[in-house]
Design a protein around this ligand. Sequence first.
Ligand code: 3PG
Length: 217
Amino acid sequence: MVTKMKDINKILADNPVVPLVQSDDPASAVAISRALAAGGLTVVEVVFRTDRALECLQAVADDVPEVIAGAGTVLSAAQAQAAIDSGARFIVSPGLDDGVVKVAKDNKVPIYPGIMTPSELQRAFNLGLDTVKFFPASIAGGIPAIKALSSVFRGIRFMPTGGVSAANLADFLAVPAVLACGGSWLTPKSAIDEGNFDAITKLAQEAIAIARTARGE
Ligand code: 3PG
């Protein structure tokens, strides 16, 4: 299924949080994704950090139609293609790699590459991208860095990830150039291990409430 970036970005404009789903068990990945969707977060990133991540992505894509599932931590063009073949509706990378961007573009799949410096952002801009992940946000200069970059790269939207939490989400979202924030704080390992998926739904609801307040809604 082809999903346009503008459609994903529209959902993120309303619910500006992208939770990470990290699992080596497809059934658990499905349960996590359903819990997130129940809390109102419907754009989820299944990260490629376990041996069974591809199966997890496929399971979420097949069994949780209420979410738009993308693949995260995509490091190579081959991984990007495998993710798309398994149903990824968007790709997120920690860095900017021309091969990954090309596979995404060739398949008409939205790509959110990670950038940290002006040079990386300029390269992304010249690859025709207007939305990037800013990673690792807290170490890369946080909000002042995003403000400095966005004063030069007008029209670029940022997805800060890395060190974002309920405690600083509102501050990031108050920056106009920030489209959405990503993070793992919504899917704590302890809750997953205990099978406490309600806790994940509550964290999703909390994030949405913070976002609404931050955006003055
Ligand atoms: C990512 O892959 O986007 C980051 O590892 C997320 O960082 P966090 O765990 O600090 O949210």
